[in-house]
Design a protein around this ligand. Structure first.
Ligand code: PLP
Length: 445
């Protein structure tokens, strides 16, 4: 039986969250530990969550929401999945961290290497940011070159050299760049338009001998979902290989979500070879802070203690986090990926038909079961188009959904994420909220 959505409220009441935000703002800048959580793009009070179970979140006021953030990807099996919880409890009972090697990290590394064919070895780290930071250090060490090419709208974590035109949270705040990034660091980064091989060819023609690596999201999800055009990844492989540069495929968001072997599993293998390095995070930690970078054995061999490229971490390969990640990956069966597709399409189809019925311009784009809704007409192939959308319409849509118990990502520049625990009740709850939200989107402020 599907539950009926609550009536629409224009000013949702969240007194406990508001009180927590006030307390938080005293001791944490902006009251949050990651900017997008602050609701600056949509206004209003961010909901402080008290618990999660399956597809549902419960906030500090006791109100329930169907979760379409899923912690920005990791909760692919749903919140507090019993198998993951059991793995975490059993690992934690044996100790939290040893500062020595332990078996769980080996098992997690083996699982990743077994899934992504071009990855011979991985090094575990604590966040996606660390993964991309370390991957570009390794690429620079391997090539003896300094310059990194990235694409506008791609986000690779808050690494100095990669915080130029970085989509998502940065797009939300309309910061072209972050304060505090040295000019010298940004100066070694070339930012090019996404899906534009001509621009890549031109950059390499001019500075190819200085370029250590091109880093790209395997399928960008941080400016909304903008999949690579057919042939784009092949072209990047061809150009980087011709110039002795590396290709770093950032699968922090897409890895183990778009398929069992990430976006690579949907698009690869490639005629022009394979990306040299990959970065992973989000799903592979199952909600715990663990991430990885990996790739060709001859490149990975340069890492300390074997080689001269230093990289380390007190909690890297943490046994509890590794157990959570391993249980999550092992839980990602073919049936799980099928359910993600079914749920995502059911929701996206309903979004499209309700927005159409309310005459709200929109475009939905996909990478596996990741999708996003651009509030504009026409395909989005890069960052300029992504920015050209009606963010005010999104804001009204978002708040209507929130008041009806559906928690969307609080920005128009984000992918929506589903989990295999999104059952028919949760999906019906989302679909039931859409007509009013679409009408709200259509209503001018
Ligand atoms: C989330 C993300 C990162 C950063 O990961 P953190 O764990 O937040 O540091 C890097 N790259 C991509 C593509 C991401 O989506």
């Amino acid at each position: 039986m599907s539950s009926q959505p609550a009536p629409v409220q224009t000013s949702p009441d969240a007194p406990a969250s508001a009180a927590l935000l006030a307390r938080a703002s005293e001791v944490i800048p902006g009251g949050v530990n990651s900017p997008v959580r602050a609701f600056r793009a949509v206004g209003g009070t961010p909901r402080f969550m008290a618990s999660g179970s399956g597809p549902w979140l419960t906030d500090a006021d006791g109100k329930r929401y169907v979760d379409l953030i899923c912690s920005w990807g990791p909760m692919i099996l749903g919140h507090a999945h019993p198998d993951v919880l059991a793995a975490v409890n059993s690992a934690a009972a044996r100790g939290f961290s040893f500062g020595t090697p332990s078996e769980n990290e080996v098992r997690l590394a083996e699982e990743i290497v077994a899934r992504v064919e071009p990855v011979d070895q991985v090094r575990l780290v604590n966040s996606g940011t660390e993964a991309t930071m370390s991957a570009i250090r390794l690429a620079r060490g391997f090539t003896g070159r300094d310059v990194i090419v990235k694409f506008a709208g791609c986000y690779h974590g808050h690494v100095d050299a990669l915080l130029a035109s970085a989509g998502s949270g940065v797009a939300t705040f309309a910061l072209p760049d972050s304060a505090g990034v040295p000019r010298s660091s940004a100066g070694e980064t070339i930012v090019l338009p996404y899906n534009d091989l001509g621009a890549v060819e031109a950059a390499f023609a001019e500075r190819g001998h200085e370029i250590a690596a091109v880093i790209t999201e395997a399928a960008p999800g941080n400016m909304g979902v903008v999949p690579p055009a057919p042939g784009f990844t092949e072209g990047l492989l061809r150009i980087t290989k011709a110039h002795g540069a590396l290709l770093v495929s950032d699968e922090v968001m897409t890895g183990f979500r778009c398929s069992a072997s990430g976006f690579y599993g949907l698009e690869g293998p490639y005629a022009a070879g394979a990306p040299d390095l990959f970065t992973f995070g989000k799903v592979m930690g199952g909600g715990f802070p663990t991430a990885a970078f990996g790739g060709r054995a001859d490149v990975m061999a340069l890492l300390a203690p074997q080689g001269p490229v230093y990289q380390a971490g007190t909690l890297s390969g943490n046994p509890v986090a590794s157990a959570a990640g391993l249980a999550t990956l092992q839980g990602c069966t073919p049936a799980v990926y099928e359910r993600l597709d079914t749920v995502a399409h059911a929701i996206a189809d309903a979004v499209a038909s309700e927005l159409t019925a309310a005459s709200v311009p929109h475009t939905i784009q996909w990478a596996g079961s990741m999708f996003s809704v651009f509030f504009r007409d026409g395909a989005v192939t890069g960052y300029d188009e992504a920015k050209d959308q009606d963010t005010a319409a999104f804001r009204r849509f978002f708040h209507s959904m929130l008041s009806q118990g559906v928690h969307l990502p609080p920005s128009a520049f984000e992918s929506w994420f589903v989990s295999a625990s999104h059952d028919d009740e949760a999906v019906d709850h989302v679909i039931g909220a859409l007509p009013a939200a679409a009408r709200a989107a259509a209503t001018a402020d």
